[in-house]
Design a binder for this molecule. Structure first.
Ligand code: ZN
Length: 217
């Protein structure tokens, strides 16, 4: 082993040991920096709990049972999902921006009073007005965060503790984002890094995080 790789390995060991100590302190274990049986058991418990948090899609069912549909999925340059409701005859069209015509047919639609809801329990990290409308970011116990874009206002404030289904933003155009796009919810999932700014967090395909998510009602 060269001196360089020895130092590298030692550096890795020291940072891992530091993380282990942090974890041990947070969980009332002896902070010795060694991942012994007690620490490993606790770690497994925490990971199991994290992967079990309950998740739902960020828009409710309509009173008639219609589900929101993600039509524009995660891809390079579009790091989230766009949700719409499938149009049905009789739906009241609030404005031209509340409908999408495709192939000459009314295809997608938004009710005037649609409100995005928290996909899981969590703590509000950001709630503010952006050039694309109001947005809210919520951090969850599983280590992930969810982002809700294109609101007319924020119904929650930073540091609010929210439960799944809590209304977070009414969907629509605010004064800063008028006709740049059709009215819709853009939803993102990210893994927070050291940065306070959600734009620097690690992108995650909502498909992976939402796997198995149902609807609250
Ligand atoms: Zn989008």
């Amino acid at each position: 082993m060269s001196a360089g790789s020895y130092n590298e390995a030692r550096h890795d060991w020291e940072s891992i040991s530091r993380y282990v100590k942090e974890f041990q302190r947070a969980n009332n274990l002896t902070p010795d920096g060694y991942a012994g049986p007690l620490t490993m058991a606790k770690l497994e418990q925490v990971v199991a709990k994290r992967s079990r948090i309950s998740k739902v899609h960020p828009l409710p069912l309509l009173p008639d049972g219609r589900r929101p549909v993600a039509t524009n999925l995660y891809r390079r340059g579009h790091w989230g999902w766009d949700y719409f409701y499938r149009y049905q005859s009789g739906d009241v069209i609030a404005s031209d921006d509340h409908r999408i015509i495709a192939g000459g047919l009314m295809r997608w639609w938004y009710p005037a009073d649609a409100v995005a809801v928290a996909a899981a329990d969590g703590v509000v990290h950001v709630a503010e007005s952006m050039s694309t409308g109001h947005w809210v970011w919520i951090r969850h116990d599983d280590g992930y965060a969810t982002g809700y874009f294109h609101g007319t206002s924020c119904l929650v404030n930073p540091n609010d503790i929210v439960t799944q289904g809590t209304p977070v933003i009414p969907i629509g155009h605010d004064t800063r984002s008028t006709t740049w796009d059709k009215v819709h919810l853009h939803f993102e999932v990210r893994k927070p890094t050291g940065s306070q700014d959600p734009r620097h967090w690690e992108r995650v395909d909502p498909k992976v995080w939402l796997a198995g998510a149902g609807y609250s009602s």
